[in-house]
Design a protein around this ligand. Structure first.
Ligand code: NAD
Length: 485
């Protein structure tokens, strides 16, 4: 399969019922290289007609798939893990080409993404039920788990492999069939993944992939169909809310992995050098285009100057360029709108009184680049603190005490992840209890791990991916009351 890259770029079409085929209307859309805006490939432009075909295939495959032995599903996932790992370089190149991140980061994503297949290959055989005596006696209570049924899995562009395996892995493990709809900006990686999973032995109809330039029409049509039982979505809060409303008609089960606005707290007792290392990771992973990206740096006033100076020095040393070129640390952003909106946030923050420590100037084209940027003295109410930046910009503000830090950290509609650097054990416990986030990174800038439950609260959504919790999203509970007298 050394031709995996070529396959994904050769317009293989839609995967429906085990067959690769063209969209009904024969349409295609262009996939662009964010480093220079040139066309990388074309992808099939699936219509609602194609989407319904894909759901038909998933529905037809569901009953037999649910009856396969858990070990068999686990072995297929394990073979999928081996397949992705064996083609790590090709996957990395594809991710880097269509999404822009550096090859080193793309390799990191391949490792992370493949691990979801391995983790859920192990979870497939660990789905449990319960057996109880009724408290009052006289009957027994049997609780069992079943696959929820055909799923619609919608992924974003920022981690084209990992966001797909984080959904496909548990769905396969649980015995669900699925229609996958990748982001239109980065559909190629999903096509390559689908081929690897097919070659790993996935039966026809279990995994169907529909690429489209009209995601809204696709989700509307499929979610109005009572055969679809589950929607798992990763993307913006805005679109997540549309899908939650759409689910009301047929009451599909939902998992919503939405936006974030992560605070990064540095206390007066922190190891500042370690906090700067963590900040680089939490801010610059994926050029800041991550839902877990540190969005607001809240630093105790006694260490803010040192932290800002060290962070600015590290950020200024990064080299920006095409993700596939040697020596590049920071690739392009996904499109021109991203550059424009980030530039506006930085300009407004400076206008509000912030000081630019490094970066802040859009380079001349081609490509959609923005330099690593650090701002200090950012007023609390500056817009950059209130929105998801999704780019390589670190705004720093100060706080005077722990209460203020917690109040400001929680002062957002989002609740995905928070980071905190402190060496005070009691404080770490207080923070874990008081911060309103689904995840907390303590003295680390990276929380993502396939063995841990990833997910948020408030406008960051609900449901968990990875960990023991991840497979639960794809299982429903049946209770059987048994009379024994
Ligand atoms: P987006 O919401 O614009 O798109 C996400 C996906 O939804 C894409 O596949 C898109 O084509 C599709 N989509 C758009 N409108 C739709 C509709 N009406 N019906 C069905 N599908 C529709 O988000 P994006 O720009 O691709 O990704 C960035 C966002 O994703 C950020 O807000 C980021 O925080 C979030 N994100 C969250 C997580 C998480 O796990 N919480 C992970 C990665 C990204």
């Amino acid at each position: 399969m050394s031709d995996l890259l070529e396959f994904a770029q050769s317009d293989p079409g839609l995967l429906i019922g085990g067959e690769w085929r063209e969209a009904h209307a024969g349409g295609r859309f262009a996939v662009l290289d964010p480093a220079d805006g040139t066309e990388l490939a074309k992808a099939a432009d699936g219509s609602v007609h194609d989407a319904v075909d894909a759901l038909d295939a998933a529905v037809a495959a569901q009953a037999a798939w649910a009856e396969t032995a858990p070990r068999e599903r686990g072995e297929i996932l394990r073979a999928g893990y081996a397949g992705v790992t064996a083609h790590a370089d090709e996957f990395a190149r594809l991710i880097s080409l269509e999404m822009g991140k550096t090859l080193a980061e793309a390799k990191g994503e391949v490792g992370y993404g493949a691990e979801f297949l391995r983790w859920f290959s192990e979870e497939a055989v660990r789905v449990h039920g319960r057996w109880m005596h009724a408290p009052a006696g006289g009957s027994r209570l049997l609780t069992m788990k079943k696959p929820v049924g055909p799923c619609l899995l919608i992924t974003p562009w920022n981690f084209p492999l990992a966001m797909a395996t984080r959904k496909i892995g548990p769905a396969i493990a649980a015995g669900c069939t699925m229609v996958v709809k990748p982001a239109e900006l980065t559909p190629l990686t999903t096509l390559a993944l689908a081929r690897v999973l097919t070659e790993a032995g996935l039966p026809p109809g279990v995994l169907n992939v529909v690429t489209t330039s009209d995601s809204a029409a696709l989700s509307k049509e499929l979610m109005a169909d009572d055969r679809l039982r589950k929607v798992s979505f990763t993307g913006s809060t805005e679109v997540g809310k549309i899908l939650v409303r759409q689910s009301a008609g047929e009451l599909q089960r939902l998992s919503m992995e939405l936006g974030g606005n992560a605070p990064f707290l540095v206390f007066e007792d922190a190891d500042v050098a370690a906090a700067v290392d963590g900040a680089m990771l939490a801010k610059m992973r994926n050029m800041g285009e991550a839902c877990t990206s540190a969005n607001r740096f809240l630093v105790h006033e006694s260490v803010a100057e040192e932290f800002g100076a060290r962070l600015a020095e590290r950020m200024a040393a990064l080299r920006t360029g095409r993700g596939q070129d040697d020596g590049v640390d920071v690739g392009p952003l996904i499109n021109p709108d991203a550059v424009e909106s980030i530039d506006q946030l930085v300009t407004d923050a400076v206008h509000d009184g912030a000081t630019l420590l490094t970066g802040g100037k859009v380079p001349d084209g081609p490509g959609y680049f923005y330099p690593p940027t650090v701002l200090s003295g950012v007023p609390e109410d500056s817009q950059i603190n209130g929105v998801e930046i999704f780019g390589p910009v670190a705004p720093i503000s100060t706080f005077a005490d722990e209460d203020e830090a917690v109040r400001r950290a929680n002062g957002t509609e989002y609740g995905l992840v928070a980071y905190a650097y402190t060496r005070d054990l009691a404080r770490t416990i207080r923070l874990a209890e008081r911060l309103e986030f689904g995840m907390l990174g303590l003295n680390t800038g990276l929380v993502s791990n396939p063995a841990a439950p990833f997910g948020g609260v408030k406008s960051s959504g609900f449901g968990r991916e990875g960990g023991f919790e991840g497979i639960e999203e794809y299982l429903s509970t049946t209770y059987v009351g048994i009379g024994v007298s």
